[in-house]
Each structure stands twice: as structure tokens, then as C-alpha cells.
Design a protein around this ligand. Structure first.
Ligand code: ADP
Ligand code: MG
Length: 716
């Protein structure tokens, strides 16, 4: 999240200094290598590179991941199972051993303060034995669990506190930084304190002063200091507000400028016969919903216009986005142009391909030729597709990331669809578009975005929303059952399946405990086959299976040659099996809210009613709230809003989603209203000064932070 200069472009020091005459020759921290700081030699500098830090400015913008309020640590006696807590104490005993049957290394210590004792365990980190010693003072942060009637911390983060570290690391709000191997918290804290002391005053104020004043924002040097070593929670909050504002303000200016330049870009103006929509609709066995029709009209207008379309199609799972997207293929086909549809997984790409194949006979498709391109294709087959695409013998290509490989060359690509767009990076999306001459682009997402955030995040996109499901869909009833009720749940599932429906049983797999999770899914599959579901055809699919095998299982399930599918979250995106109307989600408390909703979207896709059972024992308040929310509504937008409430926007969106890839500040979405304010200020500034002639410092800053934007946009 530090500010790295992405191209060779540097600030022009002369104009930079000139724009800053009010300051007495500030030191340009962006050119000041961290090696000049005491305590950083070449070896440490290399480590810092892993964190994206090269200059003193980068260092000052390396913000903490989180903070610990060590002015109020939890005494050992007050630790509570199920909570994430921070405590401190002295190491009273330690011991390392290997477990008997799988030879895993276990390191255990006993930590005590004046109120009590607690055990901590770490797995597979044998070096800890040489690092942690009896008598050390430690701070521990982790999840408290109850094990054999005793409290313990499992693999907590730890920090050994030496007396000389007291000032920065104890008795105050302490920053916890992202680290790289070979670098410790205490070292980084000390270095940061030094850098701030020497250079905070040299930080350049890049936000125009009238905006600072209007928005009540702190000046940059005070704010950066408070972000690292906050005096109070409020001070940290104000500082966070400012950096969020700052980053978003500049990002928004880019977005606005890009949108302005798009309006001037020459794309292809498709000719669209008046009756195309009617012909298109006639190709489906169902009537399009009003929302689908509206989106279709918007796409039609965009594609007919000479500027390239850049449109986001938003709609809950199962609302029928694909059909709408296909309309664009017909438009392109009618103009003798090619279309590409890119999906994040092979399963999904194949499904689009099958759906599409089914509709191709429709009159609007005008005998379009289609091809599937993914990495499971044999070399020769792949080559054949590449050749056909480059010769223009294929009109619509459906595929995965395989579409953006350099060997894929289109004869004349004019329409691009990106499904589940947040699963792709900005670069990947741009790569596909660059295979045509400013093609029309439709990006789709099933992660609903509350309206309040949509404009802010997607300022450079037009948005279509499909807010309603097709009529005649069955209802989905959702229930929560605790683990003890599992037997009964399985019995009910057997009854339902006996009456002809198909069912999913979903297991969580999370990275940290991947192996154990996978084992649970596989074991339960074996168990079900021999016990509860021995009268049925049971299948298993998970992400670690060979692709061919997973595909065969999915095909069988689709064809109802499998009744019950035991699966992990590979299921999440896109699968469409209308006969599957029962879903059991095991350990539901371990899934995120949106994830639960996405999973549930796999059932209730036909006319029959569906049942979703969340099985699990939520131990935290948030866990309980998540389950309540999913039981309470099937409306994706409501779920998204709950999710925002429960987790806060930063976590909800994650750093990698929604075009936020370009943003580098820790948590750019902490305060939605800050983003809105930043957007308003950005709009006003660009309106008053579209080429940033009067706002030189703003222009400089964008040059430095987002060079690729400005080169394209302000080139003229
Ligand atoms: P999404 O991509 O939005 O999750 P899909 O486009 O895959 O949804 O559509 C889900 C299912 O609904 C598909 O089987 C599709 O054929 C069907 N469908 C789409 N539009 C309609 C409609 N207007 N009426 C009935 N069924 C529809
Ligand atoms: Mg879809």
C-alpha cells in the first residue's frame, strides 16, 4: 500500500519546488532512499523492497494493518472463549514435542500474569523453541479457545517485549505493521518513530488548502504521525479519514478524467436493425423480465453510439444476466464482428458455452459460430480455436483466462463480456479489451453493491441493475440448525431426495486449515455413501480434484445421474442445476455473509420451492448475526447492506475487488461519507479546471501515483 512509482516517471524537481514556494525547500522524500536512515543497511533495504518500500516517503506511507490498545490489555483471567483478544504476561514454562501419529511439531508455553495462567500452542514452528524463553515478557494476540476445559490461545501473534521497547510497544495504542520474513514489529516501530521525527515535517501537503479547510481534514504531517502512533482512538480515526480522503480524491479525479476521455474515444457504432430485440426475445422459451429488457435497451443504445460502451451489469445470482449479455453478441454478429465472453472458472465458462449453444438457433443469432477456449483443451484443439478466431471463422468465443493469452488474436473483436468481474484484476480485463479496437465492454457482477457505494466506486462505468428475479421462481426457505440436529437434517434430506429432488451438501475450505477441511469433506462423502445416503447416488467435487474428474461429476449431477453432491466452495460461482432444490451448508458459521448468499443462489433456480439449511454453532456475535441475516432475507441487496453493517465496508469489499486494486491505502472504505465527500470535491475541481492547469500540484501528484491514467487522459 505504499506509494510506488510505477513507471520511470519522476517528479520534475524544479516545477515541484515552484509549486511549493510557501514551504522552505522541503526535502523530497520520494527521492530519499531509506538507506539513509540509521538502522537500514543494504540487507534491510532489500527486505523493505518486499514491502514495496524504497524511499522514506514509502516508509511513512507503510501503514499499520491494525492497532493494539496496550493501554488496556485483557488480564488472563478475563479471556473469553471464541473472542479475539490481546493479553500480556510472563512465560512460565515451555516445551516442544512431536505428536505421536502424524509427527507434527507442537510448541506449548504457559503464560501467566497476576490474575491467572493460559496455555498457548503453535503447530509446525519448531524454531520458536529457540526464540521464546522462560522469563520473557510477551504480548499475545489471538483467538481464545476452550480445549479440554482449559483456555488456550492457538497460534497467537506474539511479541517479546524488552525493557527498552516499553516506550513504543507498551502502555499505548501500538501499531501492528505488515511484515516480511526477517523483520520484526519492534524494529519497524523504532525505525518508523525515527523517520517521523526526522521527516514528518517534510511531507508535502497535496490536498488544496481550501478543500482541507472545507472538509475539516488534518494537515498531512500531523496525520501521518498519528496514523503510526496515535495518541487516542479519535486521533487515529481522524488521520485515517484524511488518508482515505486523500487517496480517494486523487483516484476519483482519475476516474472522472477517464470517463471524460472515454466520451471522446472512437469506438465502433454498431448498426442495429429495429426488429433485433423482437427477434432476440423470440429465441427464448421464457419472456424477459422488465429489468432485463431495460438493461437490453441500455446496451443497445451504448453499442449503437460511436463511443465505446463501458457498462456494469449488476444483479443478484440467478436474475438472468447472461441472457442480457448475449444480446450484445447478436448486435456484434449482425455487424460482422466478434464477441468474447470471459468467466473466472472452467465450470462457469463451460456452462455459458452450453447455454449459448442452446440459444444459437434463435433468429437473432444469425447462425453465429461459437467456440469454447479454456486451458483443458488439448494443444491441437486449442490451436484450431486460435486459428479459427484469428481468421474470423468464429463469431463468439467463450472462455476463461485462456482468452487473454497472447496467442489469442481476434480478427475483429467488438464486444467483450466479463462475468463475475471482481474475480479478475484490472489488468486482465484491460488485456481482453485490448484485443479489439476500443470494443464495447460489459462487466457483470453478482455481488450486489449498495447504491450508496456504486457511484463512488464505479464513477467511470454506466450501471444497469437487474433488481428482480424472473416470475415463476420457487421460494427459498432458509433454516438454521445447530450441529446436534445434523442427524435429523440428513434424514430430511434423504426424504426429499427420495421424492426426486437433488441436493448439495457444502463444506467450507479456508486457507489456513485447508488440509483438515478437505479431509472433512472427503471423509463425510465416504460416510454418507455408506450410511445416511446409501440408497442414493452420491458424488464429490472439490477444487483439488483433477479437472476432468470434477467435470465428469458436475456433468453427472447436471444430468441427474447423481442425487446428492458433496462439495466445497468451488460451487460458489455460477453453477446452474435447476433440479437441485435442497442445500445443506455445514459449518455455516465459518462462511462470510455474501458467500452464504452466493451459495444459496445455486438452489431455487426452477419453479419448485427450495430449502437451504445452515448447519452450525456460531460462537461469536458476528457469526450469529450473519446466520440470522441469511435466514431473514433472500434479497441480495439487503444482504450486502447487512454485510456492510456487520463488517464495515473495507472488509466487505476486500482490497482486491471492484477496481479498488488501484487503491493502496489500508482500508479505503472505512468511511463511506468520506468517499462521497472526496468524490464531490473531485468533481468540482475537474469541472472548474478540466486539464488541471491551475492545480499543478494535483496534476503532479496524479502523475506520481497513477501515471498510467494521466498519460492516457491528459495526453492532449
Ligand atoms: P445470473 O447469471 O444472473 O446468475 P443466469 O443468466 O445464469 O443468471 O440465469 C439463471 C437461469 O434463469 C438460467 O437458467 C436462465 O435460463 C433462466 N432465465 C433467465 N432469464 C429468465 C426469464 N426472464 N424467465 C425465466 N427464466 C429465465
Ligand atoms: Mg451468471
Amino acid at each position: 500500500m505504499s506509494r510506488i512509482i510505477l513507471t520511470g516517471r519522476r517528479r520534475d524537481p524544479v516545477s515541484f519546488a515552484r509549486s511549493h514556494i510557501q514551504r522552505s525547500l522541503p526535502m523530497d522524500l520520494s527521492r530519499h532512499s531509506i538507506q539513509y536512515l540509521k538502522g537500514v543497511g543494504p540487507a534491510r533495504a532489500k527486505l523493505f523492497e518486499n514491502l514495496g518500500v524504497r524511499t522514506v516517503e514509502d516508509l511513512l506511507y507503510l501503514f499499520p494493518n491494525r492497532y493494539e490498545d496496550r493501554s488496556k490489555l485483557t488480564p488472563v483471567a478475563r479471556l473469553l472463549p471464541g473472542e479475539w483478544q490481546t493479553t500480556t504476561g510472563e512465560i512460565l514454562a515451555k516445551g516442544g514435542r512431536r505428536t505421536f501419529y502424524n509427527k507434527k511439531h507442537v510448541f506449548e508455553v504457559e503464560v501467566g500474569d497476576e490474575t491467572g495462567r493460559v496455555k498457548c500452542v503453535w503447530f509446525n514452528q519448531p524454531w520458536l523453541e529457540n526464540y521464546i524463553h522462560v522469563g520473557d515478557e510477551v504480548v499475545l494476540h489471538g483467538r481464545v479457545e476452550l480445549f479440554k476445559e482449559r483456555l488456550q490461545l492457538v497460534a497467537p501473534e506474539y511479541e517479546i517485549i524488552a525493557p527498552q521497547d516499553q516506550r513504543l510497544s507498551m502502555g499505548r495504542i501500538v501499531p501492528i505493521y505488515p511484515l516480511t520474513k526477517g523483520m520484526g514489529q519492534r524494529y519497524l516501530r523504532k525505525l518508523m518513530a525515527l523517520a517521523l521525527e526526522l521527516h514528518a515535517a517534510d511531507l508535502v501537503e497535496v490536498i488544496p488548502s481550501d478543500i482541507l479547510e472545507r472538509q475539516g481534514l488534518e494537515p498531512v504531517n500531523r496525520c501521518i504521525s498519528q496514523l503510526h502512533f496515535p495518541d487516542t482512538e479519535q486521533a487515529q480515526d481522524a488521520a485515517d479519514r484524511r488518508v482515505s480522503f486523500e487517496e480517494f480524491f486523487f483516484f476519483q479525479i482519475c476516474v472522472i478524467l477517464r470517463r471524460m476521455s472515454m466520451a471522446k474515444t472512437q469506438g465502433f457504432a454498431h448498426k442495429i436493425p429495429r426488429d433485433l430485440e423482437e427477434r432476440f426475445k423470440a429465441g427464448f422459451p421464457f419472456a424477459l423480465t422488465p429489468a432485463q429488457q431495460k438493461a437490453m435497451v441500455q446496451i443497445r443504445e451504448d453499442m449503437a453510439a460511436p463511443r465505446p460502451m463501458l457498462r456494469l451489469l449488476q444483479g443478484d445470482v440467478g436474475c438472468g444476466k447472461t441472457v442480457v449479455a448475449l444480446f450484445g453478441c447478436c448486435v456484434a454478429r449482425g455487424n460482422g464482428k466478434q464477441s468474447a465472453i470471459m468467466a473466472p472458472t472452467e465450470i462457469l465458462a463451460r456452462q455459458h458455452f452450453m447455454t449459448l449453444s442452446g440459444y444459437l438457433a434463435g433468429p437473432a443469432f444469425n447462425k453465429a459460430r461459437i467456440a469454447l477456449l479454456d486451458s483443458t483443451l488439448k494443444k491441437n484443439d486449442r490451436k484450431a480455436v486460435h486459428d479459427a478466431v484469428s481468421r474470423g471463422e468464429v463469431d463468439i468465443v467463450v472462455g476463461t483466462h485462456a482468452l487473454i493469452e497472447s496467442e489469442v488474436v481476434f480478427k475483429d473483436l467488438a464486444y467483450v463480456v466479463i462475468d463475475e468481474q471482481h474475480k479478475f484484476g484490472v489488468k486482465q480485463r484491460a488485456l481482453l479489451s485490448s484485443k479489439g479496437k476500443n470494443p464495447d465492454v460489459l462487466v457483470m457482477t453478482a455481488t450486489p453493491i449498495p447504491r450508496s457505494l456504486c457511484l463512488t466506486l464505479y464513477g467511470d462505468l454506466d450501471v444497469s441493475v437487474i433488481g428482480e428475479k424472473p416470475a415463476g421462481r420457487g421460494e427459498i426457505k432458509t433454516y438454521h440448525c445447530v450441529g446436534e440436529q445434523a442427524e435429523g437434517v440428513y434424514r430430511r434430506v434423504a426424504e426429499w431426495v427420495g421424492k426426486g429432488t437433488q441436493a448439495y451438501i457444502v463444506y467450507p475450505i479456508i486457507e489456513e486449515s485447508e488440509k483438515a477441511d478437505l479431509k472433512a469433506a472427503v471423509d463425510m462423502y465416504e460416510h454418507f455413501r455408506k450410511n445416511e445416503f446409501k440408497d442414493f447416488r452420491v458424488g464429490l467435487v472439490h477444487g483439488r480434484m483433477p479437472r476432468e474428474e470434477a467435470r465428469t461429476v458436475m456433468d453427472k449431477f447436471q444430468a441427474h445421474a447423481i442425487d446428492i453432491l458433496v462439495t466445497t466452495t468451488v460451487l460458489e460461482v455460477g453453477i446452474d442445476v435447476p433440479g437441485a432444490n435442497v442445500m445443506v451448508i455445514e459449518h455455516a458459521e465459518r462462511f462470510g455473509l455474501s458467500q452464504l448468499h452466493q451459495l444459496r443462489g445455486r438452489i431455487g433456480r426452477g419453479a419448485k420451492n427450495a430449502v437451504c439449511i445452515l448447519l452450525g454453532d456460531p460462537r461469536t456475535e458476528d457469526g450469529k448475526k450473519r446466520i440470522e441475516a441469511v435466514v431473514g432475507t433472500t434479497d441480495g441487496f439487503r444482504i450486502a447492506e447487512y454485510d456492510l453493517e456487520i463488517r464495515g465496508p473495507g472488509q466487505y469489499f476486500g482490497r482486491h475487488q471492484h477496481g479498488l486494486n488501484e487503491l493502496k491505502v489500508v482500508n479505503p472504505l472505512t468511511h463511506i461519507h468520506v468517499l462521497e465527500a472526496a468524490r464531490q470535491e473531485a468533481v468540482a475541481l475537474v469541472k472548474a479546471d478540466p486539464l488541471l492547469k491551475r492545480n499543478k500540484l494535483v496534476r503532479e501528484t496524479i502523475h506520481q501515483r497513477y501515471p498510467e491514467y494521466l498519460e492516457r487522459v491528459l495526453a492532449g
